[in-house]
Design a protein around this ligand. Structure first.
Ligand SMILES: C[S@@+](CC[C@H](N)C(=O)[O-])C[C@H]1O[C@@H](n2cnc3c(N)ncnc32)[C@H](O)[C@@H]1O
Length: 199
């Protein structure tokens, strides 16, 4: 697939209001995958397959499982991926993330779905993270709203943003993990890895 094809998928997604990763966050994600030579990737939240195809385009040995529960999104993703050179690298699983169970171990778990569930997903997939693997959480500043939670008028939105803040605090204080936060990149990124024992 030419870059122009991925670009048209991105443009269509943006025109139709499909939430896809921001350019800056994507650039950071791709650089991170290259640097860590991540090959086995789990993506939570496929949408139309844009980020999955961008990740797959880095290296033909990259293999991605990506999960989507919305049928319309799933069908668009499958069609986009089937018409791309990455169809043998990406498997789209049509199901709620909560139901995805596998013995596969991943170098990178890219979490880009229901933000209120980040803590739950972290625990659900920790056992599928390789020893040197990373979990990558997007939307950690949620358009800057995490800095001014009490002034958010909508109660639902306020509760959602509170959950993101709580998740960030929870993993930062959990001594199982090393955390890196990049609040000024894209919509805010948090990287989590297992803390190595000091012996
Ligand atoms: C932000 S979009 C993913 C964007 C995509 N990673 C990209 O950048 O191209 C989040 C997607 O997660 C899906 N989603 C949300 N909650 C989910 C769940 N519990 N199980 C499966 N998919 C879910 C939504 O339907 C939506 O398509």
């Amino acid at each position: 697939m030419e870059n122009a094809d991925i670009l048209s998928i991105k443009q269509k997604a943006l025109n139709e209001g499909v939430p896809i990763i921001k350019d800056e966050g994507l650039e950071f994600l791709l650089k991170f995958i290259k640097e860590k030579q991540a090959k086995d990737i789990l993506e939570l939240g496929t949408a139309v397959g844009y980020s999955a195809m961008k990740m797959a385009s880095l290296d033909k040995d990259i293999r991605i499982d990506t999960i989507e529960k919305n049928e319309e999104m799933y069908l668009q993703a499958v069609s986009n991926i089937e018409n791309s050179p990455y169809s043998n690298q990406i498997i789209v699983h049509f199901m709620p993330i909560e139901e995805y169970k596998t013995d596969r171990m991943y170098d990178l778990i890219f979490v880009d779905a229901a933000k209120a569930q980040y803590g739950k997903y972290m625990e659900q997939f920790l056992g599928n993270l390789k020893e040197d693997g990373y979990m990558f959480f997007d939307n950690m500043i949620f358009h800057g709203l995490v800095y001014d939670v009490e002034n958010i008028e909508s109660r639902n939105l306020r509760n959602l943003v509170k959950k993101i803040v709580k998740f960030s605090e929870m993993v930062s204080n959990d001594d199982r993990f090393d955390i890196m936060k990049f609040d000024n990149i894209g919509d805010g990124i948090l990287l989590l890895s297992r803390r190595k024992s000091e012996t």
